[in-house]
Ligand binder design. Structure first.
Ligand code: ZN
Length: 361
């Protein structure tokens, strides 16, 4: 099967927005949660009928594809992996996804040009993870705190050369509390926030993954859940649509440029994403606990490639989000995301409270 370079996703999906035709949504219930059928998704986004083999599902128009599996949260958009907040369900014999995943993932990723009140971007805030006494993960070759700083310094250089203003939460080997990093980010309008980390695990895990803030009402994938605290809005939830669009752009360039294993785009409430209202992501550039990943991360070439991926992600994001021409605003036909299934969620900054003290990995 022809494999579309993920780096092209956002721009191709942007083109797709012009193919939009109005449609109706039928809501189904499962475990008190709203779902829509993937047939309905296919009709609305003009992706054609579902091709089903056993539990495997494909919607494919040639240059755009959705792929998933009944019972699994893993979901691919143009071969880029996303982890849904809830697994694909089969309801009355019809494969369906949650309304939350439709409104907070599919819609902003498939139609980024319709994101409303989007932040114009002239500034990039780079957040090298860990520092000082906090080494983060380590390998035989080095530590996460040094690698993340090195990638950020390289990215600062090429972002500046491309005309962006760059702010860094640290430029030396020093400890910066997570809350302070979020506070620094909150000072700058017209910015994107990119936190840079490397992973560690006790097993043979490898590859790259990208985290963005969990929408209100869905469990964090980095903690056991769901929890009551999932219902409390965070400052970062003001940017849900931009967050997932940025995650798409960042993850696509990271996966495509590195050819590392694609672990997907995931949701969490890390302090640095939760407590700042700047569109943000946290990228994990491989596992220092895996010998192959660790060797690559130890090379300046790989870290330069990560820096280049960050620049390309910012450029792709800026090109994809917001109206390109006089496109109509987002359709009222899209159901509003609603974690309580009783009415539209109203999220205001005055309601925002810290809900987790989860450290970035
Ligand atoms: Zn880390």
């Amino acid at each position: 099967m022809f494999r579309l370079p993920p780096i092209l996703i956002c721009l191709l999906l942007l083109t797709a927005t012009r193919l939009f035709g109005a449609g109706e949504w039928s809501l189904l219930k499962r475990d008190g949660r709203d779902y829509v059928t993937l047939d309905n998704v296919g009709q609305f986004y003009q992706l054609g009928p579902i091709q089903r083999t056993g539990n495997n599902l494909i919607l494919n128009t040639g240059n755009r594809s959705l792929r998933g599996q009944v019972g699994s949260p893993e979901f691919y958009i143009n071969n880029l992996k996303f982890v849904l907040s809830y697994p694909v369900a089969e309801i009355n014999g019809r494969p369906s996804i949650s309304r939350m995943d439709l409104t907070k993932l599919l819609e902003p990723v498939l139609r980024p040009s319709r994101i409303q009140n989007f932040t114009k971007v002239d500034t990039v805030i780079l957040d090298p993870g860990h520092g000082g006494q906090d080494n983060g993960a380590t390998s035989l070759f080095g530590s996460e705190k040094n690698y993340s700083l090195d990638v950020a310094l390289r990215a600062r250089e090429i972002l500046k050369n491309s005309g962006f203003r760059v702010i860094m939460t640290r430029t030396t080997d020093r400890f910066v509390p997570l809350e302070e990093r979020a506070t620094i980010a909150s000072r700058y309008p017209n910015a994107l926030f990119i936190s840079i980390h490397f992973n560690s695990s006790g097993n043979d895990a490898s590859g790259v993954e990208t985290y963005t803030l969990a929408p209100r009402g869905v469990p964090s994938m980095a903690t056991d859940g769901p929890a009551l605290s999932d219902l409390i809005p965070c400052p970062g939830n003001q940017r849900d649509a931009e967050n997932i669009a940025l995650a798409c752009a960042a993850h696509a360039t990271l996966v495509y440029n590195s050819s590392m294993f694609d672990r997907g785009i995931k949701r969490a409430r890390f302090v640095v994403l939760r407590d700042n209202a700047t569109p943000g992501v946290l990228i994990e550039g491989g596992f220092l606990s895996n010998s192959n990943d660790a060797r690559r991360i130890a090379t300046p070439m790989y870290r330069q490639q990560m820096a280049t991926s960050i620049l390309q992600a910012v450029q792709n994001y800026r090109n994809a989000v917001g109206p390109r021409q006089s496109l109509p605003v987002a359709s009222n036909n899209i159901p509003t995301a609603n974690p309580n299934s009783t009415g539209p969620v109203v999220i205001t900054s005055s309601q925002a409270q810290p809900v987790e003290k989860t450290a970035a990995p």
